[in-house]
Design a protein around this ligand. Sequence first.
Ligand code: DX5
Ligand code: ZN
Length: 217
Amino acid sequence: MALEVIPAVLVKTREELLDHISRVSNYVKTIHIDIMDNKFVPNFTIGIKELQDLPSGLKYEIHWMVERPEEWIGKVKGPYLHMVHVEAVESWEKLAEAVKGSGGRLGVALNPETPLEKLKPHLQNAEKILVMSVHPGFYGQKYIPEVEAKVKELRRMLPKAEIEVDGGINPETGMRVASCGADNLAAASSIFAKPDAGKAIGELKEALKKGWGERHG
Ligand code: DX5
Ligand code: ZN
């Protein structure tokens, strides 16, 4: 189980994307890229074109906040982890083909109000579970504490899964979700709104370790 802090990048241009990546690339292994279509959520970001040829030496996970992600993913080539919302997929068959065709892997995401039951049919194909602790659409939103019971239950169901929490994560909320069983923390504003991104990441890593330690004695 790898404990990881993963910077979340929610931007509207390729230039901003590269700038954000360069601010954190020395401190992390993975970057979380938020993609929005202004339909599944009321906001838009960069799209497929900007995802080509990302800087090497990092892993990328793409958080698809779009309707029918199966129509987007096949057009992105690369070894990325595609995290799709269970609420947004229309054809899981097409999705599996698209992910395979892209050369990537699959993860599943769920909104705060979506029950864990919705995940069950897809768990065996997913490498990671992304639990939202805000309603997706924007960075800088307030953390929804009800996520904690959900993470606890999910960890109980799946002792070995990779579980990431996304939305309103700072050292305090990060420690809380880690103590419930999350091993990955995605964070945007608590990293990028700080003058020193490296220091902010260090604080989140400490919180993650501490919360995880509380859980595992
Ligand atoms: C929310 C996005 C998150 C967001 C996190 O719609 O999926 O990844 O960028 O932002 P913070 O950490 O500021 O809540
Ligand atoms: Zn995200």
